[in-house]
Design a protein around this ligand. Sequence first.
Ligand code: NAD
Length: 296
Amino acid sequence: MATIGFIGLGNMGGPMAINLLKAGHEVKAFDLSQAAVEHVVSEGGTAVASAVEAAAGADFVISMLPAGVHVQGLYLTGEAPLLDVVSDNALIIDSSTIDAATAQRVSAAATERGLSFIDAPVSGGVGGAIAGTLAFMVGATDEQFAKAKPILECMGKNIFHAGQSGAGQIAKACNNMMLSILMAGTSEALNMGMKNGLDPAVLSEIMKQSSGNNWALQVYNPVPGVMEGVPSSNNYQGGFQVDLMFKDLGLAMELSQQSNSPVPMGSAARSLFSLHKSKGNGGLDFSSILKLYQDS
Ligand code: NAD
C-alpha cells in the first residue's frame, strides 16, 4: 500500500481521496479549507499542516486544484514549490483541469530535476468521484502511465492513456467543450417543449429513447424534479460549477486558437455560460444554464 499526499480536497478531490483510503492506501490530506481536510480525516485520512508536508516522503502526490495558476504555484513558482521536496522515486499526478501548456511546463521542470509529473484530468462529475467510476485521461510516458494506473483505478473505472505530457488536458478540453454544447442544447430543447405545454419528464424520456439522446438526459437532467440526486433537484448546488465550466471553455478557446481549429458551437456555448455567469450564477452547477433560457 502506498503513501499518498493529496492536495485539494474539494467537491472532486475529497471523494477521490476517500476512495484511496477505502482501497487501503495512506492519505496525507491538505487543503486550504479546514472543513475539507476534516471530511477526509473522518474517513481515515491524516491531516497535515501544509502541501509540503503532504508531499514530502510520499510515494504519490495527487493534486485536484481549480486552475493552472494554482498548479503552477503549487509545484513551481509558489513560496514552497513541491518540486523541491518530493522524493526522487515519487510520481506526481495532477488531476486538475488546466491548460496543456502549464501541464507540459511543470512536467518539463520535473523531468529536469529527475522527477515525474503527469496530467490526469477526469470526467464523471462528483457522482463519479464518489462512486469511484471516473474516467481518467492521462498524458504521460508508457512507464509513468503503468505506474499511475493501479492508483487511478482506485478512483476510476476507465483509465485512458491519451498520449504524452499535456495530451490528457487536450482530451479533457475537447470533452468539456462537447459537454457544454450538449447541456446548453438539451436545456434549449427542454425549455421549448415546456413552453409548449410538454411535461419535461415525458419529453426527456422521449428524447432519451430517440436520436436526441445524450449524457445530460441520461444522468444529469437540468430540469428540477425530473431526476433524483442531481444538482438540478438540489437548487443547482454541488456538482460542477458554472465558473469551472467557463474556465474549461476558455481552455478550449485557447486550444482552438493555437491549432487553428474552428469551434463555432463551442464559442456559442461559451457566450451562453459567460452571460449566465455575469448574472451571478457562477457558483451554481452548470446544468443551471436552463435558467438562462427560462428567464429570457
Ligand atoms: P472545488 O473548488 O470544489 O475544490 C478545489 C479545492 O482546492 C478547494 O477545496 C480549495 O480550497 C482547494 N485549493 C485551492 N488552492 C489550493 C492550494 N494552493 N492548496 C491547497 N488547496 C487548495 O473544485 P472541484 O469541483 O473539486 O474541481 C477541482 C478540479 O477538478 C477543477 O480543475 C475542475 O475543473 C475539475 N473537475 C471538476 C468536476 C466537477 O464535476 N466538479 C469534474 C471534472 C473535473
